[in-house]
Design a protein around this ligand. Structure first.
Ligand code: EPZ
Length: 426
């Protein structure tokens, strides 16, 4: 599995180039990862199409390999053979590579009845607690010990179905419970489940492997345990946040873009924001067309919420577009504690933003200026690239490895749409 060494690389972006053209949206990172974890449950061969070539996907494949699966990737197709597992623990260095590897816990427990992995810990967005994951798995009969940062989980008599009510519609906890419940004895019900499209993609994938899941996409998900899962061929859903990123790039450069393989229903809560900004947006089932407007208009208030509300992952990206909008926009980040780290970097480019606690106030400015800026996290880094497209002069964006976690060669995607972006070793 060839890894892109993207450490110490940077993007050099010449601003004020209109984004235009037709772009194919990549497969969804936040679906590919739980689907790859789901392969652990399958005694067979899985072929995943439209799998994005991302460092997080490569990290997930390394975890699968470490558990005894055989992974092969050709272009955007990943083939996993998981007939036999040889282990049930995920080494610390692999856990550190990707916080969301906690989603392997439910799958490994479901297949082997035991699992040990290191606590994912906090990340650039703030603490990433897993209390809901842990309490749900305990309800399913798992005994969990946490010592020196390692979670040792076992379930000698096998997982049993349970009725689980989540205090918050956590995406990861919903995924972990679904994965653990597929091969459990009896029925599991998840109340207040996450409703994100990635949850439905995981359920559709697992059902294609012989699982019995229903209610996905609603707040109550039902899983009836089965004896085993068989292989399947499946195509990962399009990445709705990558779609928002390209739309924001076109909006902020007064460009126009047609996104192929984009499901507009997945971003029903974001499209009206582009409308309010003055853009013309035509959403179709498998394509989205957007024409920007100069200058963009400010948006009164954006509140990030669990799906179907405005997605937290699009917050930084839309903020970047609003930095040049006429007027004052207010953003309220309700999902993560520390998701404004991109603000200081945008201010270095001339943006006028005040962030305090959950609230960020964006005063539109006439000009942004190219500057040396650093990606603070995956979506914050993408936001800086969006802002750089509309800035006067050159921007050097370092710490590209964080962007490569979620965007497949972002410089190529943007260059195909008319941007002047090159990747360099710094
Ligand atoms: C998933 O993270 C996504 N990651 C995130 O995308 C996304 O921002 C998030 O869902 C919300 O949509 C992947 O799918 C790999 P949560 P996840 O559990 O599962 C708290 C990106 O940029 N919480 O819904 O970790 C948690 O701290 C990434 O692509 C608990 O308190 O999100 C957070 O404040 C970033 N206890 C909130 O819930 C728990 O046991 C939402 O977390 C679990 C979560």
């Amino acid at each position: 599995m060839k890894r892109r060494e993207s450490f110490m690389q940077r993007l050099v972006i010449e601003g004020e180039k209109r984004i235009s053209g037709e772009i194919e949206v990549q497969g969804a990172k936040n679906s590919a990862l739980p689907l790859l974890a789901g392969c652990v449950l399958v005694k067979g061969e899985i072929v995943l199409h439209n799998c994005p070539r991302l460092s997080d996907v490569f990290a997930a494949c390394r975890i699968l390999t470490c558990l005894g699966c055989r992974c092969r990737s050709q272009g955007n197709t990943v083939t996993v053979k998981s007939y036999e597992l040889t282990g049930s623990s995920v080494p610390d260095e692999l856990m550190r590579e990707m916080r969301s590897s906690i989603v392997f816990l439910g799958a490994v427990l479901g297949r082997t009845g035991e699992c040990s992995l290191s606590f994912p810990g906090g990340c650039e967005l703030g603490p990433r607690p897993i209390d809901m994951h842990i309490s749900a798995l305990k309800q399913m009969g798992v005994s969990i010990k946490e010592e020196h940062g390692v979670l040792s989980c076992s379930c000698a008599r096998g997982l049993r179905g349970a009725k689980i009510s989540l205090s918050f519609p956590s995406v990861g906890a919903t995924e972990n419970i679904m994965l653990a419940a597929c091969l459990a004895k009896g029925d599991t019900v998840i109340y207040n489940a996450a409703r994100e499209p990635e949850i439905s993609d995981l359920a559709n994938f697992l059902n294609a492997c012989g699982a019995r899941i229903s209610g996905h996409g609603s707040s109550t998900v039902y899983i009836t345990g089965v004896k085993s899962l068989h292989g399947c061929e499946y195509s990962v859903m399009p990445d709705r946040i990558a779609a928002c990123t390209m739309l924001a790039a076109a909006a902020v450069t007064n460009g126009e873009i047609s996104l192929k393989n984009a499901r507009s229903q997945d971003i029903d809560s974001v499209i009206p924001v582009f409308d309010q900004m003055g853009c013309t947006v035509y959403p179709y089932d498998d394509r989205i067309y957007l024409c920007g407007k100069k200058p963009l208009r400010a948006v009164k208030t954006i509140r990030t919420m669990p799906y179907p509300g405005f997605p937290t992952d699009a917050q930084a990206i839309i903020m970047a577009a609003l930095t040049k909008a006429q007027g004052t926009s207010v953003i309220v980040e309700n999902i993560f504690e520390n998701r404004y780290r991109h603000v200081d970097e945008l201010v270095r480019m001339g943006a006028d933003i005040k962030a305090e606690g959950k609230v960020a106030v964006v005063e539109g400015v006439k000009r942004l200026y190219g500057a040396s800026v650093r990606a603070t996290d995956l979506r914050g880094g993408a936001a800086l690239a969006v802002a750089a497209l509309a800035a006067e002069g050159q921007t050097v964006l370092t710490n590209v490895k964080l962007i490569d976690r979620g965007y497949e060669e972002i410089e190529k995607q943007l260059s195909l749409a008319g941007a002047s972006v090159r990747r360099e070793n710094s």
